[in-house]
Ligand binder design. Structure first.
Ligand SMILES: [Zn+2]
Length: 327
């Protein structure tokens, strides 16, 4: 899998451009933004401004390395933005849908296989996908484990309809508003955590909705990841107002434990870090520094492959997967 398989470069750039325009409309009034005086992961008050991008300030915790938009738009402002903005509908129509089937094969199917395999020794489960979108994960999962009850937890009216048309049971709201206590054996959330207004509240709600012994498995961006650290504010992953939270394996564990979870796994199984650096260098003139430009020019395929393996193995990929259990 390469970066170009899952997102076409020109379309992605157009999307980022539209997002920047939307920011000027939806987040013009910053007076209601919410400021935190502590780190969202470890609660340390030792936070400092890291950079400003598209008018959003990112603060970095000097204790745990987490960085996050601060002050940040309210949950209502974000909800409005995701419901109504031109960049969001562009994302769905032009960015996601044309490569949906490629994404199904390369991303959703492997995810479903991973999760199904993880619970292969367990009988009937109730599993919920938080932010299920088009329901691709649940469709693929159901093919492997038809005995399980699967639910989409999804607030977007459009997506709710799409999921229902596929025969998927839907809870049509965000997990923050779900009141069903201890229903689920398993909850999953892919690429959602980085968008959240309040990560601690989110994890608390996930905790409440899980049965004792239940699992929460999620993927998100790690701010200590290779491509993000090299490109920093120029990284396309650093894209406000979408990506607000850049936790890392350790800081995510700190927050999860504070909520009551037991951390089962913190890993960065990402495969694209080097590919993102090389793509930016070759196609967009984004310079990652002399050494990495040298590796790109003179390094063998083997060297690059081994580099990516090293990044992944030592938890320095920007694609992070966390497995938590409610005791
Ligand atoms: Zn911290």
């Amino acid at each position: 899998m390469t970066e170009d398989d899952i997102r076409k470069r020109d379309i992605f750039n157009k999307y980022l451009e539209l997002s920047a325009q939307d920011v000027a409309v939806f987040f013009k009034d910053k007076s209601s933004f919410v400021k935190s005086n502590h780190c969202l992961a470890c609660q340390s008050k030792n936070i400092e401004m890291a950079f400003v991008k598209h008018g959003f300030q990112y603060d970095k915790c000097q204790n745990c390395g987490t960085f996050f938009v601060n002050p940040r738009p309210t949950m209502e402002m974000l909800g409005q933005f995701y419901a109504d903005s031109p960049s969001t509908s562009f994302w769905v129509k032009e960015f996601f849908l044309p490569v949906a089937e490629v994404r199904r094969e390369k991303m959703f199917k492997p995810r479903a296989e991973f999760i199904a395999n993880y619970f292969k020794n367990q009988s009937e489960l109730i599993i919920g996908d938080i932010g299920a979108g088009f329901g691709l994960f649940l469709e693929e999962y159901k093919k492997i484990r038809p005995q399980d009850r699967v639910l989409a937890i999804e607030p977007s009216i459009e997506m709710v309809e799409i999921c229902q048309n596929k025969g998927i049971e839907v809870i049509p709201k965000t997990i923050e508003k779900v009141e069903q206590q201890e229903l689920f054996n398993v909850l999953v959330a892919f690429e959602l955590f980085e968008h959240l207004f309040n990560p601690e509240f989110f994890l608390t709600k996930v905790f409440e909705n899980l049965k004792p012994g239940g699992y929460f498995i999620f993927t998100t961006l790690s701010g200590l990841g290779f491509d993000i650290q090299l490109l920093w504010d120029k990284s396309k992953s650093v894209s406000p107002p979408h990506h607000l939270n850049f936790f890392n394996p350790e800081s995510t564990a700190i927050l999860a434990e504070s909520v009551g979870f037991k951390v089962i796994e913190k890993a960065t199984p990402g495969k694209l870090d080097w590919n993102i650096i090389e793509g930016g260098l070759k196609h967009e003139n984004i310079n990652p520094g002399r050494f990495w430009a040298t590796v790109s020019k003179y390094g063998s395929q083997k060297a690059k492959g081994e580099l990516q393996n090293w990044i992944q193995k030592h938890n320095f990929s920007s694609h992070m997967r966390i497995i938590l259990q409610k005791p």
